[in-house]
Design a protein around this ligand. Structure first.
Ligand code: 1CP
Length: 385
């Protein structure tokens, strides 16, 4: 699994930012060239099936990765995490590197996703929050009034130096396997900040959105700035693609999405456009929003399992690859049923310009890891050309 460039030489080639301004500038050049075809520089991930599919180029096989592939479904993850809080583990480059690599080694997926959480940048700027086991992110002082916005200052690369360090270590280890960076989109981050924790109906969030549109717009704009800064850190450190998770935006009708959310998401996606790395955009239950979310500026639209990919492409329109969309609960069925449902996804994807195979949402924690390994192998074999 070790890449052609190991350890120190890998970091030097990538212009590790800790080495000062000179290397910081080189880092930018390297990252852009890594994704726009280099002139004379090594490009380890450029020709990967994953990045080719994102660019809608011919692929040797349909690439596969899974949302939440690193995490509780893996015994080696549970063992490594023993005695370490979730947020603490996100801040330890050694743990982040190992956890990110675990599913790549085990399942032979075509891309790694950086092990972190969508609330990490908020914690990094001093928001008083924690990730509680079995619950998720919990915020001490929910944001509901204008004065609460003071909790949200700008994010600087120094706030998340452990992210830069972990990605430097990871890209050396991953070699030609691309690393996907990610962030939470402004609406989904706002839902945690306004509700104070996970929510089914997002009632406080919607109350603010409808009741004080000005404060809502300011909140989303602040979050767009923070999210953009967080994605830039990951790309400059060596991420080959980014995914913007708007997990809970499917709670909105299209008109509300367009008016109250799309400008902030578009700002984030636009802010990283010049890097040339594929921008994936995904939300749960977003069948009615697929067209608008694509318009917000994605290169690849993530599709949940409720809309088939042949219908999704009609809603998204040409010029974008699609990612998805096997129902994660299918993995609890028999191997034959998993193959039959996978065949349905692949058949629906047959006419797409670019397809990245994934689940329609994250791996469920009690999934049998062997079912995931078999699924990767099945998709690779079935789509080999
Ligand atoms: O493998 C990977 O995908 C990388 C790890 C990863 C990612 C991409 C984690 C680790 N979190 C996330 C993103 C994330 N976090 C999202 C967007 C993706 C999605 O929709 O699934 C969301 C909504 C969160 C918020 C969050 N963090 C929740 C959901 C709570 C809710 O509202 O229902 C939870 C349970 C967490 C904690 C968390 N994050 C990640 C892990 C492995 C865990 C569980 C912590 C543990 O091990 O106890």
């Amino acid at each position: 699994m070790r890449g052609r460039l190991g350890g120190t030489s890998a970091r030097a080639a990538q212009g590790h930012p800790r080495r000062g301004g000179h290397f910081f500038i080189r880092a930018k050049i390297w990252v852009v060239s890594a994704n726009t075809r280099p002139t004379g520089q090594p490009s380890q991930t450029y020709d990967s099936a994953f990045l080719k599919a994102c660019r809608r180029e011919p692929v040797p096989h349909t690439p596969v990765w899974f949302m939440r592939q690193a995490g509780r479904s893996l015994p080696e993850y549970r063992k490594l995490r023993e005695g370490t809080q979730m947020l603490e583990s996100c801040m330890r480059p050694d743990l982040v590197t190992e956890i990110t690599l675990q599913p790549v080694r085990r399942h032979k997926v075509d891309a790694a996703i950086f092990f972190s959480d969508i609330v990490v940048p908020l914690k990094a700027i001093g928001v008083d929050l924690d990730i509680k086991p079995g619950i998720g992110p919990v915020v001490a002082q929910p944001i509901r009034r204008r004065e609460d916005l003071a909790q949200l200052r700008d994010l600087t690369p120094e706030d998340v130096s452990y992210v830069t360090e972990a990605i430097g270590m990871l890209t050396g280890e991953l070699g030609s396997t691309p690393l996907i960076g990610f962030a939470g989109a402004p609406f989904t981050l706002a839902s945690y900040l306004v509700e104070g924790g996970p929510s089914k109906n997002h009632e406080h969030t919607k109350a603010l959105m409808y009741g004080d549109p000005e404060l809502w717009a300011d909140l989303l704009d602040r979050l767009a700035e923070i999210t953009s800064a967080f994605l830039k850190v990951q790309i400059e450190a060596g991420a080959s693609a980014v995914q913007l998770f708007d997990s809970w935006v499917g709670a909105l009708a299209p008109a509300d999405y367009r008016r109250s959310v799309m400008p902030a998401s578009a700002k984030v996606l636009e802010s990283v456009a010049s890097y040339g790395v594929p921008r994936i955009h995904f939300g749960v239950g977003t069948g009615e929003l697929l067209g608008l979310m694509g318009e917000a500026g994605a290169d690849v639209m993530g599709v949940d399992y409720r809309v088939s990919l042949d219908e999704a492409v009609r809603r998204v329109g040409p010029g974008k690859a699609l990612q998805g969309n096997l129902d994660p609960a299918v993995l609890f069925s028999t191997p034959e049923a998993v193959e039959a449902k996978t065949d349905e996804v692949l058949a629906a994807a047959a006419g797409l310009e670019g397809h990245v195979f994934n689940l329609g949402h994250g791996v469920l924690p009690t999934t049998d890891p062997d079912a995931l390994t078999r699924l990767v192998d099945y998709v690779h074999t079935k789509t080999a050309r």
